[in-house]
Design a binder for this molecule. Structure first.
Ligand code: GLU
Length: 276
């Protein structure tokens, strides 16, 4: 009893300190420079960009993520699948610290999250069967069955522009759209050209699919982070600049996107990061 009061006071202080650090701490990773593990969101089904193969991960987004994580001092990376429609929620709920997942920077998304980068510029395009001759651009989609992904800029663009002319089927991943195209149940898939080229080059679709090749939007791939985390944004932008300067950006792109035969727009790539 004699020590009850002082011990109680120390206990209360310790409990307060612990709860404060729990509040400040992000379970998906600490601030840049503090080391430890970081949880990063990527796509698991986009060949050339973010693809899970067994226990491994490959693609340009994966390579950029690994470079940035290392430059920021993290010692371990855990990848978490981040489908298009779940990205903002995954960041807001601290399930991932950063997202590298063909994630276009948009004003709408900036209402919920922030972005570092961009680190790549793509454009929305169409994927059709290799034998198709009548779909040559978005203006030729009248009456066609089109597939895209929930929560993507690709689906939004169709809804905002030509929704009354097409039947839009939305899945949660592009791989499901491409399967539907290959089986003949839809006429075209729409999303970014670099994503479509990766699918068209997959061995199971070899010779069966083609990218139309007339991009009709500008998609600036950013690194999604928690809204307002300027410190993290600044550190990521420095890492991205370094990745371009030391040749790693080009090397990673050639090794991952290169095999699909896709040629990135040299006038816009590699892009300069926006101010944080
Ligand atoms: N870049 C577009 C977007 O962020 C389409 C690709 C995707 O859904 O990841 O919505």
């Amino acid at each position: 009893m004699k020590f009850g009061k002082p011990l109680g006071a120390i206990g209360a202080v310790a409990a307060l300190a612990m709860s404060l650090s729990a509040c400040a701490g992000n379970p998906a990773g600490g601030d840049p420079g503090t080391g430890g593990k970081v949880i990063i969101g990527i796509k698991f089904d986009q060949p050339g960009l973010g693809l899970k193969v067994g226990d491994n991960y490959e693609g340009f987004d994966v390579e950029v993520a690994r470079y940035v994580a290392k430059d920021l001092g993290y010692t371990e990376v855990e990848f978490k699948e981040s489908p298009s429609a779940q990205r903002e929620t995954l960041l807001q709920s601290d399930q991932v610290k950063m997202i590298f997942a063909t994630y276009s920077i948009t004003d709408d998304r900036k209402k919920k999250v922030s972005f570092a980068g961009p680190y790549f510029i793509a454009g929305q395009d169409l994927l059709v069967s290799a034998s198709n001759t009548d779909i040559t651009g978005p203006e030729t989609l009248n009456g066609k069955k089109l597939c895209s992904v929930v929560g993507s800029t690709s689906a939004k663009k169709i809804k905002d522009t030509i929704a009354n002319q097409v039947q839009l089927q939305e899945y949660d991943t592009y791989s499901k759209c491409v399967e539907a195209l290959a089986s003949g149940s839809i006429d075209a898939v729409t999303t970014d050209n670099v994503i479509l080229a990766g699918f068209a080059a997959q061995s199971q679709y070899s010779g069966k699919l083609k990218v139309v090749g007339k991009p009709f939007s500008t998609e600036r791939y950013g690194v999604g982070i928690k809204q307002g985390d300027t410190k993290l944004c600044t550190a990521i932008n420095a890492a991205l600049e370094k990745m371009v300067a030391d040749g790693s950006w080009k090397k990673a792109l050639d090794a991952t996107v290169g095999p699909s035969g896709f040629t990135p727009d040299a006038a816009t790539n590699p892009p300069k990061a926006d101010a944080c």
